[in-house]
Design a protein around this ligand. Structure first.
Ligand code: SF4
Ligand code: SF4
Ligand code: SF4
Ligand code: FES
Length: 948
C-alpha cells in the first residue's frame, strides 16, 4: 500500500455526554463538549495550519499558526486551545489571518537553515508543509544575524536518532511527548527567550534519563529529532501495517519501506494496543531481521560434531522426515515430539501442533509458555473458566487502584506501563508487590501507596494475608459473591483465609513485610473503587505459581472486581504470541480453545476435520521430554523458534537430554544454542517475512503482514507443511488466512474470526463468535465463563528451595527494557549499547559482608552450577536477595536455576534459587566450556560455509 498517512486532528479526542454544535466557515459541525475548534474543524475536513499541536498531546498554544476569528469575540484566538462553544461562528481563513500566519512563518524560517533539498525530512516535514500552506514567499528579515543554527552542535549519542538543535523551532512537542505519552520526563526547555533550547537534563541523550522510546522523534515536526535510518536511506515510499514481534503488548506499526528495505517503523496511531506509541525494541531494534548472522540455508549433519552440510530444502525435509520415521519405527510412536513457538504466528503454531498430533500420531507437543504462563492457564481456568486475562489495556483508564504483582511493566511491557503511568498521574492509587524496588515504586510523578517487598517464594502467603484482611474486616462484596460465585466454595475459602495463621501479623515472619502495610494495602484494594491486578512471571514462575494465580482470582472475586472497565485480573504476557500459542492447542493435553484431548466429542470434531485418528491421552510436557530423553525413550524433537538450551532451567540437564537424542530439527532465524545439538537446521522467517496473526496479552488478534519475501525461501508455516507432507500427512493451505479459517471452524472462541474481520476492525479480542461478533474486550460481564466463579483453597506451601548456610542468598531473575529474553534478536542490534552483559544486582549489606565492590566479577553458585558475572551494588534490592537477567548466552543464568517447578503445570521456579555470591577472578568452568563449544561451532560453521 502507499505510505500510510494518518490524519492528525491536532488535539486529543474528548469523550463527553453533551455535544456542541458550532459553525466553521459556514458549515454546521457537532462535536463532543470540550473538543477544540481545531479538532472540530478537522473532523469536518477543514485543516487549520498548525505546528505545536498534535492529537496525541494536550494543546499548548505556542506557535500561533492556528489562529482563527470568532464572530463577536475580540482578537484571533488559537484554535488548538479554544474549546468549541455552542453557536460559535468561526472563520479559519481571512486576509488578516493569512497575513498573521505568514508573519509567524517568516519568523520561524528566518531562524532555520534553508537546506530543505538536502534535509533528511524533505517531503515529510511539517515546517516545510506549513510554509507552503501559508504561502510564504519571502523572508523579509534576511538570514543574517543571531540565529540558532550556526554552530549548533548535533547530539548523535543515541544509536537510533539524532538531535540537531539547529533545526529546532521550540514547539515543545518532544518535551510534551516525553511527559504525556511516554511518562519519562527526560526533556525540558532550558533557558529563556532567544537562549531557550531543548535539553535532555543537560546531558547527551544517551547519558540522560531517556529510554529511547522515540515518542519525541515521532512528535518532532522538523528534522531536529530524526531516525538515523531515515538520514541514511531517505524517506519510505510505501508502508505496511504490521505487529511488533517482541512483547505481549502487541504494538502495531507501519513499516515504512523502500522496495524490500525497511526505512523505519512508525507506531500506528490506529493500533488498538498502543495508540501510536512504542518502546525502543519495536520502534528501533528490528535490524536483527536482516542481520548477517541469519542462517538462510537448510543444513543437515549425521552427528552433532560433524560440520553442517548445506543442502536443498527438499533434502533437508526428506532427511528430517526419514529420521523421525526411523526413530518411531525403532522406539515407538511416542518417541518423538515438537515444540511450538510463542514468537511465531498463530497459524504457524496451529500447524505444528496439528502436525505432531496427526503426522507423529501422538500428543507430544508443548510450547515455551510452559516456562512462563502455564500457571495462568491453570489458575484462571480453575477459578473463572477460561485461560486468559479479563480486560483490554484501555480498561486501566478506569482503574482507581492498580495492583502490580511480580511484574516490572516499565521494562517488560513498556507501552502498557506508559498507559498505566498516565492513569496514575491522573490520581489512581498504586500497590506494588515485588521483592525489588522496581521503577514503578517511585518514578517521575508516580509513587506507590504501598510497596510490599516480600521474600521471593512467599507470594501465596501474601495473597492469603491480603484476603484475610478483606474477610475479617468486613470488606467482602457480599452481593457480588452471592450472585456470581459458588457459595459453598466461597464459605470454605472464607473460613480458610480467616484462620489466624493467614493474618498479616502471622505472615510477616514469612514474607518479611510489615503487617500494617499489608493491612493498608488490602483495605485500599477492597475499598478504593475499581481495582485491577496486573501480574507477571514473578507470580507464575514459582513452585506455587498456579496457586498464586488462583489466590489473586479469589481476591478479585471476593471484592467484586470483575465484569466492567477498570477491574479484573490481567497477566502481562511475556512474548508477542504467548497467548496465541496457548490458544492454538500447543499444550499436550489441549486442542485449540483449551479443550481437553480426552473429551471424545471434541476429539471427534478434529478427527473428522483432519481425517485422522487422534490420541485421547495427554502427551509429554517439555520437562518430561527431557527426562524421557535421558531415560532413552524420547529420541526425536522438532523445535520451531525456541532456544530451549538457553531459556529452560538447569542448562546442564537440558544439554544432557538433547545430547541423548538422535534427531533434533531446529527451525530458527539463527544457529542458536539449541542448534548446537541439532541434526537438521531449517531457516526460519522473521515477522517481516510472512503473513499471519499474533494474539497479545489482552487476547487481541492482530495481523502480521509480509513486508519482504522470506529470506530463506519459505515462511515457517510453509516449512511445517513440507515436513508434514514428507511424514505422510499432507496439509494444503495457499495462504495463512486459510489456516485461520480452519482455526475458526474448529474453535468456538474463534468462530467469528477471519482476516477480513481483523482488517475491518483493526484487531479482535477473543471470544469472537455469534454471541460476540466483534470480539470481547472485557470478559465475565454478567457471569463467569464457567458459570459461577469458583473459590479455590490456596494453602501456602514453602518451596523446597531454601537458603542454607552454603547458599544463603535467594536469586531471582527478570528482564530489562533494552534486551529481550535470550537476546537472539536484541543482541544483534545497537541495543547492546545499553546492556551488553548480564549483571548481578546485590544489596550493599550483602556486598560489604562479602568484600565485593561495585563492578567486580563475582561467582554466582547454586547446587546446580556456577557462573561468573559483574556485580552491581543496588539499594533496589533487599538484603538476602540478588537479581540478574538472562539475556546473554555467555552468562548462562540458567546454569544455576533448578529443576523445581509449579506443582500443577511444571512451570520452572526461575524466581527462587538459593545461591552464594563470592568475589571471582576468572570465569566459571561452565563458561570456559561454553566458550570452547562456541569456538567449535564457529569453526564447524566456517568449514560448512567453505564446503558450500
Ligand atoms: S526517546 Fe522517549 S524517553 Fe527519550 S527523550 Fe524521547 S520521548 Fe523521552
Ligand atoms: S526538537 Fe522538534 S519537537 Fe522538540 S521543540 Fe524542537 S522542533 Fe519541536
Ligand atoms: S511494548 Fe512490546 S510490543 Fe510494543 S514496541 Fe515495545 S516490545 Fe514491541
Ligand atoms: S497549533 Fe495552535 S498554537 Fe500551535
Amino acid at each position: 500500500m502507499p505510505l500510510v498517512n494518518e490524519i492528525d486532528y491536532g488535539t486529543p479526542l474528548r469523550i463527553a455526554q453533551e455535544s456542541v454544535t458550532l459553525e466553521i466557515n459556514g458549515k454546521q459541525i457537532t462535536v463532543p463538549a470540550g473538543t477544540s475548534i481545531m479538532r472540530a474543524a478537522m473532523s469536518a475536513g477543514v485543516q487549520i495550519p498548525k505546528l505545536c499541536a498534535s492529537d496525541n498531546l494536550e494543546p499548548f498554544g505556542s506557535c500561533r499558526l492556528c489562529l482563527v476569528e470568532i464572530e463577536g469575540r475580540p482578537g484571533t484566538p488559537a484554535s488548538c486551545t479554544t474549546p468549541a462553544g455552542p453557536g460559535m461562528k468561526v472563520q479559519t481563513q481571512s486576509p488578516k489571518l493569512a497575513r498573521m500566519r505568514r508573519g509567524m512563518m517568516e519568523l520561524y524560517i528566518s531562524d532555520h537553515p534553508l537546506d530543505c533539498l538536502t534535509c533528511a525530512a524533505n517531503g515529510n516535514c511539517e515546517l516545510q508543509d506549513m510554509a507552503g500552506v501559508v504561502g510564504l514567499r519571502e523572508v523579509r528579515y534576511g538570514m543574517k544575524g543571531l540565529n540558532h543554527f550556526e554552530n549548533a552542535e548535533k547530539d548523535e549519542s543515541n544509536p537510533y536518532f539524532t538531535f540537531d538543535p539547529g533545526k529546532c523551532i521550540l514547539c515543545s512537542r518532544c518535551v510534551r511527548a516525553c511527559e504525556e505519552v511516554q511518562g519519562t520526563f527526560a526533556l525540558t526547555i532550558d533557558g529563556r527567550g532567544f537562549a531557550s533550547k531543548v535539553s535532555a537534563g543537560g546531558e547527551q541523550f544517551l547519558d540522560s534519563e531517556c529510554v529511547s522510546c522515540g515518542a519525541c522523534v515521532q512528535a518532532c515536526p522538523t528534522a531536529t529529532l530524526i531516525e538515523k535510518t531515515v538520514i541514511a536511506k531517505g524517506q519510505g515510499e510505501h508502508s505496511i501495517v504490521t505487529t511488533c514481534a517482541y512483547c505481549g503488548v502487541g504494538c502495531s506499526f507501519t513499516a515504512e519501506m523502500q522496495g524490500s528495505d525497511v526505512v523505519r517503523m512508525v507506531p500506528y496511531k490506529d493500533g488498538k494496543a498502543n495508540h501510536g506509541h512504542s518502546c525502543v525494541k519495536g520502534r528501533f531494534a528490528w535490524g536483527y531481521a536482516t542481520h548477517r548472522d541469519r542462517s538462510l540455508k537448510p543444513m543437515v549433519r549425521a552427528k552433532i560434531d560433524d560440520p553442517w552440510r548445506p543442502v536443498s530444502w527438499d533434502e533437508a525435509i526428506d532427511y528430517a522426515a526419514s529420521e523421525f520415521k526411523r526413530i518411531q519405527a525403532k522406539y515407538g510412536r511416542d518417541s518423538v515430539g515438537g515444540i511450538t513457538s510463542s514468537r511465531c504466528t498463530n497459524e504457524e503454531t496451529f500447524l505444528v501442533q496439528k502436525m505432531v498430533r496427526s503426522a507423529f500420531g501422538n500428543n507430544n507437543v508443548d510450547t515455551c509458555a510452559r516456562v512462563c504462563h502455564s500457571p495462568t492457564g491453570y489458575g484462571l481456568k480453575s477459578t473463572l473458566g477460561t485461560s486468559a486475562g479479563t480486560q483490554d489495556f484501555d480498561s486501566v483508564e478506569a482503574s482507581d487502584v492498580i495492583v502490580v504483582i511480580g511484574a516490572n511493566p516499565t521494562d517488560a511491557h513498556p507501552v502498557f506501563a506508559s498507559q498505566m503511568k498516565r492513569r496514575l498521574r491522573q490520581g489512581a492509587r498504586l500497590i506494588v508487590v515485588d521483592p525489588r524496588r522496581i521503577d514503578l515504586v517511585r518514578s517521575p510523578h508516580v509513587m506507590a501507596d504501598y510497596h510490599l517487598p516480600l521474600q521471593p517464594g512467599t507470594n501465596v502467603a501474601m495473597i492469603n494475608a491480603l484476603a484475610h484482611v478483606v474477610v475479617t474486616e468486613g470488606l467482602v462484596n457480599e452481593a457480588f459473591v452471592k450472585e456470581r460465585c459458588e457459595l459453598a466454595a466461597f464459605e470454605q475459602w472464607r473460613k480458610f483465609v480467616a484462620e489466624e495463621r493467614n493474618a498479616p501479623e502471622a505472615v510477616e515472619r514469612v514474607t518479611g513485610v510489615p503487617a500494617e502495610d499489608v493491612r493498608g494495602a488490602a483495605r485500599l484494594y477492597a475499598t478504593g473503587g475499581n481495582a485491577a491486578i496486573y501480574y507477571g512471571l514473578g507470580v507464575t514462575e514459582h513452585s506455587q505459581g498456579s496457586t498464586m494465580v488462583m489466590g489473586m482470582a479469589n481476591l478479585a472475586m471476593a471484592t467484586g472486581n470483575y465484569g466492567r472497565r477498570g477491574v479484573g485480573i490481567n497477566p502481562l504476557r511475556g512474548q508477542n504470541n504467548v497467548q496465541g500459542s496457548c490458544d492454538m492447542g500447543s499444550f499436550p493435553h489441549e486442542f485449540s480453545g483449551y479443550r481437553h484431548v480426552s473429551d471424545d466429542a471434541v476429539r471427534e470434531v478434529f478427527e473428522e476435520a483432519w481425517h485422522v485418528a487422534l490420541r485421547g491421552e495427554p502427551g509429554l510436557r517439555i520437562p518430561n521430554m527431557f527426562d524421557s530423553a535421558i531415560d532413552g525413550t524420547f529420541r526425536g524433537l522438532y523445535v520451531q523458534g525456541e532456544d530451549i538450551v538457553q531459556s529452560d532451567p538447569n542448562t546442564q540437564h537440558v544439554a544432557a537430554a538433547l545430547g541423548a537424542m538422535e534427531c533434533i530439527v531446529v527451525q530458527d532465524l539463527f544457529l542458536n544454542e539449541t542448534a548446537s545439538f541439532a541434526h537438521v537446521f531449517l531457516p526460519g522467517s522473521s515477522f517481516l517475512e510472512k503473513d499471519g496473526t499474533f494474539t497479545n496479552a489482552e487476547r487481541r488478534i492482530s495481523r502480521v503482514r509480509k513486508a519482504i519475501p522470506p529470506m530463506g525461501g519459505f515462511a515457517d508455516w510453509e516449512v511445517t507443511m513440507k515436513l508434514s507432507a514428507a511424514l505422510g500427512y499432507p496439509m494444503t493451505y495457499n495462504h495463512p488466512s486459510e489456516i485461520m479459517d480452519e482455526i475458526a471452524r474448529l474453535t468456538p472462541t474463534f468462530a467469528g474470526v477471519s482476516y477480513e474481520k481483523i482488517d475491518e476492525l483493526g484487531g479482535i479480542q477473543w471470544p469472537c463468535n455469534q454471541k460476540a461478533p466483534e470480539g470481547t474486550p472485557i470478559m465475565h460481564i454478567d457471569q463467569f465463563v464457567r458459570g459461577k466463579g469458583m473459590f479455590m483453597i490456596t494453602e501456602f506451601v514453602p518451596t523446597d528451595e531454601r537458603s542454607t548456610d552454603r547458599f544463603p542468598l535467594i536469586l531471582t531473575t527478570g528482564r530489562i527494557l533494552t534486551q529481550y529474553n535470550v537476546g537472539a534478536q536484541t543482541s544483534r542490534t545497537p541495543n547492546n549499547i545499553w546492556h551488553n552483559e548480564d549483571v548481578l544486582d546485590i544489596h550493599p549489606f550483602d556486598a560489604e559482608n562479602r568484600g565485593i565492590r561495585d563492578g567486580e566479577l563475582v561467582s554466582l553458585a547454586s547446587r546446580e552450577g556456577e557462573i561468573t558475572l559483574p556485580v552491581h551494588i543496588s539499594e533496589r534490592m533487599q538484603p538476602g536477595v540478588v537479581y540478574t537477567t538472562f539475556h546473554h548466552a555467555m552468562t548462562g543464568a540458567n546454569v544455576v536455576t533448578t529443576e523445581f517447578s509449579d506443582w500443577a503445570t511444571d512451570c520452572p521456579e526461575y524466581k527462587v534459587t538459593a545461591v552464594q555470591v563470592r568475589p571471582a577472578k576468572h570465569q566459571s568452568a561452565w563458561q570456559e566450556h561454553y566458550r570452547e563449544t562456541r569456538r567449535k561451532t564457529t569453526q564447524i560453521l566456517g568449514e560448512s560455509s567453505s564446503a558450500k
